[in-house]
Design a protein around this ligand. Structure first.
Ligand SMILES: Nc1ncnc2c1ncn2[C@@H]1O[C@H](COP(=O)(O)OP(=O)(O)OP(=O)(O)O)[C@@H](O)[C@H]1O
Ligand SMILES: [Mg+2]
Length: 167
C-alpha cells in the first residue's frame, strides 16, 4: 500500500470548490511539493491530509504506524526559544514517551517490575521513530539553515543574527 492514498476527495467552503473527486498517492521515498496561487487550497489540502479538516467526501488513508509532522504556515513561535529548542518541539510526543519510560525504569530500580513490558514497548517505539537520532538530525537542519542564511547574509550585507541563535 502507498504511504498516503487519497481517493475521490472533494472539499468546498460554501461556493468555493477547492477539490472535486481528486485522487493522489504518495509512495515511500517520494517527496512532494504543492504549488498553486494564493488561496487555491494548498494549506487546506495539508489540513485534510493531517486530519485537521474532514473532507466533504472521499478518503484520506495513511499507511498504519506512519508518524506525521506538521509546521503551520502561520506558526506561533515562542521567541524565547533558540532554533534547536524550537525544532525539538516537533517531537514533543516522543520526549513525553521517553519521560514515561524513564519513570517506569526508575520504579524498577525500587523493585517494581510490573511495568517491564510497557517500558520495553516504549523503548522499542522510541527506537522505531529514530528518537535517539533527533539531536543529530536537528543539528544537520540547523547547520544547513546557518550555511544558507550566512551565505544570503553575506550577499545582502545585512546584519541579522539568525546564525548565532543555533548554539
Ligand atoms: N475555514 C475556512 N472557512 C472558509 N473558507 C476557508 C477556510 N479556510 C480556507 N478557506 C478559503 O479556502 C481557500 C483556500 O485556502 P488555503 O488557505 O487552503 O489556500 P492556500 O493555497 O494555502 O493559500 P496561500 O498561498 O495564501 O497560503 C481560500 O479562498 C480561503 O479563503
Ligand atoms: Mg497556505
Amino acid at each position: 500500500m502507498s504511504l498516503l492514498e487519497i481517493t475521490n476527495l472533494s472539499h468546498s467552503f460554501s461556493e468555493n470548490v477547492l477539490y472535486k473527486n481528486a485522487d493522489f498517492s504518495l509512495n515511500k521515498g517520494e517527496h512532494v511539493g504543492i504549488v498553486g496561487q494564493n488561496g487555491t487550497g494548498k494549506s487546506t489540502l495539508i489540513k485534510l491530509c493531517t486530519g485537521q479538516l474532514l473532507p466533504d467526501d472521499g478518503r484520506v488513508a495513511w499507511q498504519s504506524k506512519t508518524s506525521i509532522g506538521y509546521l503551520d504556515q502561520y506558526a506561533e513561535i515562542n521567541l524565547q526559544l533558540d532554533m534547536k529548542s524550537f525544532l525539538k518541539t516537533a517531537f514533543l510526543n516522543l520526549y513525553d514517551l521517553e519521560e514515561k519510560m524513564n519513570y517506569l525504569y526508575e520504579n524498577m530500580q525500587e523493585g517494581d517490575f510490573q511495568n517491564l513490558n510497557t517500558a520495553a514497548r516504549y523503548q522499542e517505539e522510541l527506537e522505531r521513530q529514530d528518537f535517539y537520532l533527533i539531536d543529530t538530525k536537528i543539528g544537520v537542519v540547523g547547520n544547513r539553515f546557518r550555511q544558507t542564511h550566512c551565505t544570503n547574509e553575506r550577499r545582502s550585507k545585512s546584519k541579522g543574527n539568525f546564525g548565532k541563535t543555533f548554539a
